[in-house]
Design a protein around this ligand. Sequence first.
Ligand code: FSO
Ligand code: SF4
Length: 549
Amino acid sequence: MENRMFCYQCQETAKGTGCTMAGVCGKSAELAAMQDLLVYVTKGLAAVTTAYRGEGKTVRAEVNHLVSVNLFTTITNANFDRAAVVARIRETLAAKETLLAELSDKEELPEAALWNGAEAEYEAKAASCEVGVLSAQNEDIRSLRELITYGLKGLAAYSKHANALLRDNEEVDAFLQKALAATLDDSLSADELVALTLETGRYGVEGMALLDAANTGAYGNPEITSVDIGVRSNSGILISGHDLKDLEQLLEQTAGTGVDVYTHSEMLPAHYYPAFKKYPHFAGNYGNAWWKQREEFASFNGPILMTTNCIVPPAESYKDRLWTTGAAGCPGCHHIEGGYGEVKDFSAVIEQAKSCAAPEEIETGSIVGGFAHEQVFALADKVTAAVKSGAIRKFVVMAGCDGRMKSREYYTEFARRLPEDVVILTAGCAKYRYNKLELGDIGGIPRLLDAGQCNDSYSLALIALKLKEVFGLNDVNELPIVYNIAWYEQKAVIVLLALLYLGVKNIHLGPTLPAFLSPNVAKILVDTFGIAGIGTADEDLKLFFGESA
Ligand code: FSO
Ligand code: SF4
C-alpha cells in the first residue's frame, strides 16, 4: 500500500522504521503533511534570514521567535491542531516575503526560500517530492539532515522557553537558522553534514545554558525539595509541559481563588525552584510521565493546562478540561494566546476549576528532587569524600524521556537492581520509571539525584565537569560515570548531541536506536563516540558494574 505520510522522528515510530499510514502518537496523515510543509517553509525562511544576515542586516527578534516556535510546533506530541499549523505556514510565508523584498541578492537561494502559495495550494505542495523526509534520495544524506533537523527542533524548544523569559541569544538563533538552511543544500557532502551535526551539539550546550540562566535568573537555583504526591480537598488545575513562565502566571492568577495548582510529568521540577515555594496553593505533583495522562487526567477531575508536549490526544471524557498554550495545540481543546512579555489570561481555566470536583487520590507520600548544578556543588565535598572512600563506586546518568513501550520496563528493573554503591543522576521524564522506588541514600546522599527537566541535563554535564576538576582529571571519560540514556522525542536528540560535543563517550541509548540513523550514520556514531544500544538489565548491570551486580 502506498505511504500516506512518512515520519520517523520519535522512538515509538511504527515497526521501528517509520509511520506511513498514521502516527503511533496520534498524528494523522493530513496533519503530518502540514507539519512537513511547515518545516519546509521554515527552512525556506531560515535560508532567507541567513542570506539577510550575510548582507549585514539585522533579523528582528520576532522572526527568530517565529522560527523557534514553528520547529517546536512540529515536535512529537506538541501540536495536533492542523488549523494552527496552517496558520503558522501562512505567517511564515508572509514574514519571508517581507525579508525577501529587502534582500539584494537572491541568486543562491534554494527553492524552499522562493516558494509561496495560497492556502488552497498547501496540500499539493506538501505532497510534492521537494517536501518531507523522503525528499532526500540518498539515505545517509537524509539521515544526517534529519538528525540535524531534530536536534534543531530540540534547540528551538529550549530557546522558546528562554525567549518566554525575555532572554534571547542572537548567536544561537543565527546558528539554528544557518544549520536549518544547510539541510536544503544539495552541495553539502556527508562529511560536511557530520561536522554540522557536531556543531549543532555545541549550540545545544549554548541553548541549554541560555535556558538555565533564564530559569535560575527568574526563579532562583533549584534546591533539595520534598514534593507531595497526594492530593488536597480543594479543586485544582494540573499544569504540564516545561514552560515555567506559564506556571508563574498561573500561580499568580490562582492565588486566593481557593483553587490549588498541581504539576504533572515534566512540570514536577518547578517545585525545586525557590520562587515557587511562596505559593501556599502550589499543592504538589499529580501522577507520572506523559504517557499515563489518559487515566491520570480523567481522575484529576479539574482542568489541565499543557504548556508544551507531550500531549496524548485526549479522551472525550476530559477533552473539555484540556487547555493548551504556546506551541502546544489540540483540536477541540481550548487554547490560551499570549506573546512574550504579555500576561496570559487564565481566568477561564480558573473559572472551570471552581466548578470541578477535587482530584481523586491516586498516590500518597512524597518524592525528593532539586539536584541541579548549584545544589550538587554545595554538596561537592560530601560527594567527593564518598567517592574517595569508595562509598560511592559509580554514577549512572539515566536522563531522558519516558514512553509507553513495554521495553522501557528495562529502566525500572535496571534501577531497582543497581549495586547499592551506585548513584543515579537523572533529568527529564525518564525518572518516572524509578523515582518512586525509594532507593535510599549513601551517607546522606540520595541514590537518585533528580536535576530537573530534560533541559536540566545541562546540570548533569556541569556536575560531570565539576567532578573532573575536583579529581584533577584530563578527560571527562575518566570519571566513574556511565551513561544509560532513554530517548523518545527530539529534545533528547539535542541533549545527546550536546553530550557528544562535550566529549562524552560510550553513551548507551535505548530502548531502541533511532530509526532515522542509517546504517552508515549509526556506524559513524559507534566508531567515533562508542554509542551503543541496550541489552537486558542483567547484561547491562554486568557490563557497567561487573560481577558484583
Ligand atoms: Fe518528556 Fe515529552 Fe522533556 Fe520530551 S514529557 S518526552 S524529551 O517532551 O521534553 O522529557
Ligand atoms: Fe510516528 Fe513518532 Fe512521527 Fe508520531 S512523531 S508520526 S509516532 S514517528
